[in-house]
Structure formats: structure tokens, C-alpha cells
Design a protein around this ligand. Structure first.
Ligand SMILES: [Zn+2]
Ligand SMILES: [Zn+2]
Ligand SMILES: [Zn+2]
Length: 109
């Protein structure tokens, strides 16, 4: 929820100086009430613009990939396996971190 409200604050920031008009910065549509503007932003722009939103915690992720890894973390889905020792990880970067760590002990790992 914090991510969405900060996104709205960013979009509505420039309209603050003009108290009579609640204008959408994205499509220039005007609204009588700030609440209607907020609703409009969420329904018309937010969903389309920020496609990679976690349905569980509403966190915005930068890409489809990172959203997938993020969701893997929620569901503890470890789909990336270390080919050497068989340990599983939620994201490939976690796996490479593991291999880097291990290399201190095993030079071929
Ligand atoms: Zn708009
Ligand atoms: Zn999440
Ligand atoms: Zn390993």
C-alpha cells in the first residue's frame, strides 16, 4: 500500500499549487475532487504503467523477472538449483551468491 500512495503523491504533487483544478498529469483530464483524480490515476494509469505489482504485498517490481523471483520468495518456491551441490534457491542471483561463498572452500564450486 505504501508503494501505491507514494506513486500517487508523485503524480499529484504538481497539481497541489492549483487548488481549484485536480488535473491528471498523465492525460490532462480534470477532476472536481482530488479523490476522483486519485481513483482515475489508479484505474487508468497505475495498473497499465506499473505492470509488475506483487499481488501479495503490492510491492512494485522493475521487471517480470524480478516479480517472479519476488513471488517465489513469498511462496518459498525454489526453482533454481545449484548444479554442484543440489541446493535450491528462489532466484538465480541467490544461487550465484551461494556459489561465490562456497568458492572460498571449494575452488571448483
Ligand atoms: Zn489521466
Ligand atoms: Zn510481495
Ligand atoms: Zn552449491
Amino acid at each position: 500500500m505504501a508503494a501505491i500512495s507514494s506513486f500517487i503523491a508523485l503524480l499529484t504533487h504538481r497539481t497541489r499549487s492549483n487548488l481549484t483544478v485536480n488535473k491528471c498529469n498523465t492525460c490532462s483530464k480534470r477532476f472536481k475532487y482530488k479523490s476522483s483524480l486519485k481513483e482515475h490515476i489508479i484505474n487508468s494509469h497505475f495498473v497499465k504503467k506499473q505492470k509488475h505489482i506483487c499481488k501479495v504485498c503490492e510491492k512494485i517490481l522493475s521487471s517480470k523477472k524480478t516479480l517472479r523471483y519476488h513471488l517465489n520468495a513469498h511462496h518459498n518456491k525454489k526453482e533454481f538449483m545449484c548444479g554442484v551441490c543440489g541446493l535450491t534457491f528462489i532466484a538465480p542471483y541467490k544461487k550465484s551468491r551461494h556459489r561465490k561463498k562456497k568458492s572460498y572452500f571449494f575452488q571448483d564450486h
